[in-house]
Design a protein. Structure first.
Length: 413
């Protein structure tokens, strides 16, 4: 612990941000339903966050280079806090869409700022410990935050205030404990065509993850509400999907390092498809069947982003890993814009089971595309791969850099 003690303020700040963001995502969907928004409008509001997140991915390095880490963090935390409070003052879907768009820009910038700061502070001696603690912070804060919803209730202004307070309080640890200002990061360039040429499968895979997983994160609470689960059960349902995502990350990653990664991607997609079909066709309104189903879905679906990133990095050349990490996160954001919008229309007209029927259909199409790519290009032999599998959070492209070994961070391969 002594080696990571200087990083504790940053990790505490990250935990507050991740928890506040996870709480807001679930709560906004439920509160919008209570306010009488149609399911398609709820998907519209959810897409606003993803649009803002994509914008933030593109512009955050420019802001960091212009005004530095602490000013960027302070400005974005203040704006995000104000956007959360504003939503309780004006109950309107278009206004909520705009506020969620603003929140997306802010959270993309906040996570990038924290993870860039961590990148500047970690060393090879404490990198593994820091990453382990960071992942525990992510899992623990998001899971615990879900239970603020049944604890406080979705009516009134209290949860809006709690989110705003969390964003404001996230400033405290880094303001009091860290007087340094890290070196501003290098500009990240986006080259869509080049990323596609590096790995079409990884590019499509990250879009698919956005189409499916973002639909679950935005509309999962509405699905659970519409099949008759209580508010506490809805929190457990969302938490089970998140916790399930941890279970198979490393086993699938280990096998992907030894085998053709596309086989593991195909297997994980198949498992996700069966889980989605189980939820749509067999779980019904039973609480425990849904908890088991979403746990299994998370176990197979959540590692897909990391598997696709590892596959892209297998084909990336020297100096291209930063482009890959930034580009894949951007493509995930694009999928996350479309997914909630399309799935919400299906839910509105076909009922709650349509969420996972839609998910299964997208995943089946991705399995077919994966099989096609396996016939088009041979696998990179395990001994020639530049990087091993790493579990990645979709918080910012700096997390990918944080998880990279020192030689990759410095651009030497």
């Amino acid at each position: 612990m002594s080696t990571i003690r200087p990083l504790i303020p940053l990790l505490v700040t990250a935990g507050i941000l991740i928890g506040g963001n996870g709480l807001q995502g679930t709560f906004i969907a439920l509160r919008a339903s209570q306010e009488g928004f149609s399911t398609s409008l709820i998907g519209f509001v959810g897409a606003g966050y993803s649009i803002g997140f994509a914008i933030g991915c593109i512009y955050v390095t420019r802001v960091l280079r212009a005004i530095g880490h602490i000013r960027t963090f302070s400005a974005m935390a203040a704006i995000a806090s104000a956007s959360a409070i504003a939503m309780v003052l004006v109950i309107d879907p278009v206004f909520w869409f705009l506020m969620r768009l603003v929140a997306g820009v802010c959270f993309a910038s906040l996570f990038a700022t924290v993870e860039s700061w961590l990148n500047a502070a970690v060393t090879n001696a404490n990198r593994a410990r820091t990453l382990s603690v960071y992942r525990l912070v992510d899992l623990g804060s998001v899971t615990a935050a879900q239970y603020a919803i049944p604890g406080v209730g979705i009516g009134g202004f209290e949860l809006f205030a709690i989110v705003a307070m969390a964003l404001s309080l996230s400033l405290v640890p880094i303001s009091l404990a860290d007087r340094s200002s890290p070196t501003v990061p290098e500009a990240i360039r986006f080259d869509v065509k080049k990323l596609w040429n590096i790995s079409p499968l990884a590019t499509v895979g990250c879009i698919v993850v956005g189409l499916t997983n973002a639909a679950f994160r935005n509309l999962g609470p509405i699905y659970a509400h519409d099949i008759g689960l209580s508010v506490t059960a809805i929190a457990s349902f969302m938490s089970a999907g998140i916790v399930g995502g941890v279970v198979l990350q490393y086993p699938l990653g280990i096998y992907s390092d030894r085998l053709d990664r596309r086989l593991v991607i195909l297997f994980a997609t198949l498992g996700s498809t069966f889980a989605a079909l189980y939820l749509a066709l067999f779980a019904g309104g039973d609480e425990w069947k849904n908890l088991v189903g979403i746990f299994v879905f998370g176990a197979f679906a959540m590692p897909l982003y990391s598997l696709c990133s590892a596959h892209a990095n297998d084909h990336a050349g020297e100096g291209e890993h930063a482009l890959v990490s930034a580009g894949l996160l951007f493509f995930w954001s694009c999928g996350a814009i479309i997914g909630p919008l399309f799935a919400s229309v299906l839910l509105q007209f076909l009922g709650p089971q349509a969420l996972f029927l839609y998910t299964a259909a997208v995943l089946v199409a991705f399995m077919a595309y994966t099989a096609l790519r396996m016939s088009a290009r041979p696998a990179v032999p395990a001994g020639e791969r530049r990087r091993r599998f790493r579990t990645l959070l979709r918080t910012s492209f700096f997390f990918n850099k944080l998880a990279a070994p020192e030689k990759d961070r410095n651009g030497r391969h």
